[in-house]
Design a protein around this ligand. Structure first.
Ligand code: ZN
Length: 318
């Protein structure tokens, strides 16, 4: 008898736990939330299609330019083709893109790796009120030599793309959104280091910096994310919005990505990723199997929307 009630309790708790993550109500909740920003189901579907096309082109699953395909984004030529492709996609949205080449000696690199040489790409979604304040959202577009880099980090590039697209739809933006694709994260975070220096030299008024790296894997379907070393305010804002969707935004001490260099330069920076430290992360990291087919587009498009919502919230605060 006791065993039976325990069993029934177990079945009941299981049912409740599953219920909270039932895909139908979640989808409805998400679409309803998006409608307050003027983003209807059609827009979100098209945005996800755009993310599929972008990751497909960046990983060689489809041609990146006419009949040209790339296998990874490691060589100078592959990275140049990737930048051209990303530029074209942003220009289709109505953004002007700027290439920012750099060449500098970095203390984190060894003699053979120095001087670091690469090209960052950025664009600005301008504020509608003349504000000179900027929120920066970035992702690295390069890969290691062995991998096509769907998860690492075409997924982060696709997030930046979708957030920019949704931000362009907003009638009011009380801060500028600067989006950036960093070159050579895989070699000592070189691109992010160079970009941090550029922001300091140009004396931009930066509110905060958010970088995305590996946001395409969610095996357990809980839609949780990790925040890498957020300051207290950023952590609070991400968590407030996570509550809306009953998801977790775990804080970790991970320093292995671009946000580290922005923080080192004095910016209020955070890294956004799948459950990397908690183990719900792509098993194909830096592997030839890090392919288009492994990306969970439902998760990627949701996390992209979530980051968009967080940034809109931050734009409204002082
Ligand atoms: Zn990465």
């Amino acid at each position: 008898m006791r065993f039976l009630s325990l069993l029934m309790l177990l079945v009941f708790t299981q049912a409740c736990a599953q219920n909270t993550k039932d895909p139908v109500p979640f989808e409805a909740l998400w679409k309803k939330d998006a409608s307050q920003y003027g983003l209807d189901k059609d827009f979100l579907d098209r945005s996800e299609q755009g993310q599929r096309a972008l990751i497909s082109a960046l990983t060689g699953a489809s041609p990146i330019q006419d009949s040209k395909s790339i296998q990874r984004r490691w060589t100078t030529e592959e990275r140049a083709l990737s930048r051209q492709y990303l530029s074209k996609e942003l220009e289709k949205m109505g953004l002007n893109t700027i290439e920012l080449p750099y060449e500098m000696n970095l203390p984190q690199l060894n003699k053979q790796q120095n001087p670091a040489k690469g090209t960052n790409l950025y664009a600005v979604v301008e504020s509608t009120n003349g504000s000179n304040e900027y929120i920066v959202l970035g992702a690295h577009y390069d890969t290691v030599e062995e991998a096509p880099g769907a998860s690492d980090n075409a997924s982060g590039c696709a997030l930046v793309y979708a957030v920019a697209k949704a931000m362009m739809q907003q009638k009011q933006r009380s801060k500028n959104l600067m989006i950036v694709f960093f070159d050579k994260e895989e070699i000592g975070h070189a691109g992010a280091t160079a970009f941090a220096q550029f922001l300091l030299e140009q004396q931009y008024n930066i509110h905060s910096v958010h970088t995305a790296d590996q946001v395409g894997w969610d095996q357990d379907g809980d839609r949780n994310i990790e925040l890498e070393l957020p300051g207290p305010e950023l952590k609070a804002v991400y968590r407030k919005h996570a509550k809306t969707f009953d998801i977790k935004a775990y804080r970790t001490n991970e320093t292995g990505s671009d946000h580290k260099e922005l923080r080192a330069a004095g910016f209020n920076a955070v890294g956004i990723t799948e459950e990397y430290r908690r183990g719900d992360t792509s098993p194909y990291h830096h592997d030839p199997e890090d392919k288009f087919e492994t990306i969970n587009f439902d998760y990627l498009s949701f996390v992209s929307y979530f980051v968009f919502k967080v940034l809109v919230g931050l734009m409204e605060t002082n």
